[in-house]
Design a protein around this ligand. Structure first.
Ligand code: ARG
Length: 254
């Protein structure tokens, strides 16, 4: 590295500026930085003891282990994750991003780590189908595929966006929303965890999606390492075990 370049990167350190790292650079450092949100149970969230946990945390840790690396987790607001990824703040992101054309212009996606769909959640007797949402107010997390989907449903009266997904659930329970669109596993878990079986109902799936990890645009070496490690975990039983633990079923795409 040229001297002035070294100087510049040293200057950048205290500013928190980082560079996108290749897999070789990561291996030399011995630790991989993983970005996630931490407010999307049961995928990535902070538990009662304020520990970062969830299916994606277990999976991320297993991937790091497979790659012989120490995992360092960094949590950020969901709608800033992909931007910070391209700035080199983390080496990859695992935060339940559905693969979309729009996002694929900005980042590169790994093979999917699960398949799922967006579901309509309402109070019992409330809207169940996209058609039922005519004239209704729907809550979604900002920057998600649920937001896009909600905005496309004809006749919806309003789409309210929330920084965090559980805040939409709060507003649904408080009667400020007619429906909440979220991940079907998130909805199931929220109902079970908060004992809302008598209060809420699950409606139809509005769309299905493949969820994947993301690396900075063009970061081929990290992309390939993650795909290799994920395939290994899917073969050696680790993935199945982690999936069973969180969902009681195997959520891989088939
Ligand atoms: N699957 C949805 C999407 O792709 C939601 C992801 C939300 N993730 C999160 N960590 N809050 O937009």
């Amino acid at each position: 590295m040229k001297k002035w370049l070294l100087f510049l990167s040293l200057l950048a350190l205290p500013l928190g500026l980082a560079q996108v790292r290749t897999f070789e650079q990561i291996q030399r450092a011995g630790e991989i930085r993983i970005g996630t949100e931490g407010a999307f149970p049961p995928f990535n969230y902070f538990d009662a003891k304020n520990q970062l946990t969830g299916f994606e945390i277990d999976l991320g840790n297993a991937l790091a282990k497979k790659l012989g690396l120490k995992a360092t987790w960094i949590t950020q607001a969901f709608d800033t994750l992909l931007i910070q990824l391209n700035q080199g703040r983390f080496d990859f992101v695992i935060a339940s991003h559905g693969i979309t054309e729009e996002r694929a212009k900005a980042v590169d996606f790994t093979n999917p780590h699960y398949c799922t769909g967006g579901v309509i959640v309402a109070k019992r007797g409330g809207p169940k189908t996209a058609k039922d949402l005519q004239g209704k107010v729907v809550g979604v997390q900002l920057g998600t595929t649920y937001m896009e989907a909600a905005q496309k449903i004809p006749g919806v009266k309003g789409v309210r966006t929330y920084q965090k997904d559980p805040d939409a659930l709060q507003d649904l329970l408080a009667g400020r929303l007619d429906a909440w669109i979220t991940d079907r596993f998130v909805a199931k878990e929220a109902i079970k965890e908060r004992k809302l079986e008598g209060t809420l109902q699950l409606g139809e799936l509005v769309f299905q999606e493949k969820v994947a990890m993301a690396v900075a645009k063009g970061n081929k070496s990290v992309l390939e390492a993650l795909n290799r490690a994920l395939a290994d975990l899917m073969k050696d039983g680790t993935y199945a075990q982690v999936s069973k633990k969180w969902f009681g079923e195997d959520v891989r795409c088939r």
